[in-house]
Design a protein around this ligand. Sequence first.
Ligand SMILES: Nc1ncnc2c1ncn2[C@@H]1O[C@H](COP(=O)(O)OP(=O)(O)OP(=O)(O)O)[C@@H](O)[C@H]1O
Length: 255
Amino acid sequence: MERNVNCAVHWEHVSKFYPVGPTGWRRVTAVEDITLSVPYGSVFGLIGPNRAGKTTLLKLLLSLTYPSAGQIYRLGRPAHDIHTLSRVGYMHENHAFPYYLTASEILYLYGGLTGLAGAELRRRVEEELRRVGLADRQHEAIRTYSKGMLQRLGLAQALLAEPELLVLDEPTEGLDLAGRQLLRQVVTAMRQQGKTVLMVSHTLAEIEQLCDRVAVLVAGRLAFTGTMAELQSNHLEYDTLEKKLMAIYEQRIAI
Ligand SMILES: Nc1ncnc2c1ncn2[C@@H]1O[C@H](COP(=O)(O)OP(=O)(O)OP(=O)(O)O)[C@@H](O)[C@H]1O
């Protein structure tokens, strides 16, 4: 595939091997030879079974880990150019916010780290707390928060600096119906503003409803990439998207 740096994200022949075992002499292949582009303005879904390498691809994109081989481009720049990171919002799969801080303190802290300050920071924190429905509990330490409340806080933190690229890792995990509705509104608003959303999810309803394009990753390799319509074509053979995906997973694993 031709190099495409005019995409919000581009992984080019990317592999990642992790050393494992007490001496680190054995290695696990997390992803292997992935070439994939996320076009600007798209809502892109990354799907695959457990251990497929989805989170690893996100970590590589966010420079949280480095590739063993290949190149990664973020917002048109090589991933080692960290200046583009402040234009990316990331909602982590397992939030590790300091448990003794309040939601408000956490958003001030993260907002400050992305370069927001003063009245602008205050305005954004208040807006996001209201948007995710945490304004009334903002002064409580988050150790008292439920899983869904932490997810909402994670979403607020990811949106704080009004990112051009929003990266969501399992965003619906633990969210109630209103929370899922909120997530859909956020993604729809991003799409309307021409921004890009990249989301990893096992929740097919969300993928089906929200994504324009998808990539299916199985055992570290790309098993499918294309539009949602392309993925769903031939749907007669499979009465649900879940069955179709299972067939792709099994086919790929058998190779
Ligand atoms: N830091 C690490 N050290 C060693 N192996 C790792 C590390 N991180 C990930 N792996 C391995 O890489 C493979 C891919 O993991 P990854 O977390 O990317 O999968 P995933 O598709 O996000 O899975 P899930 O759906 O279960 O969250 C797995 O075999 C995992 O054990």
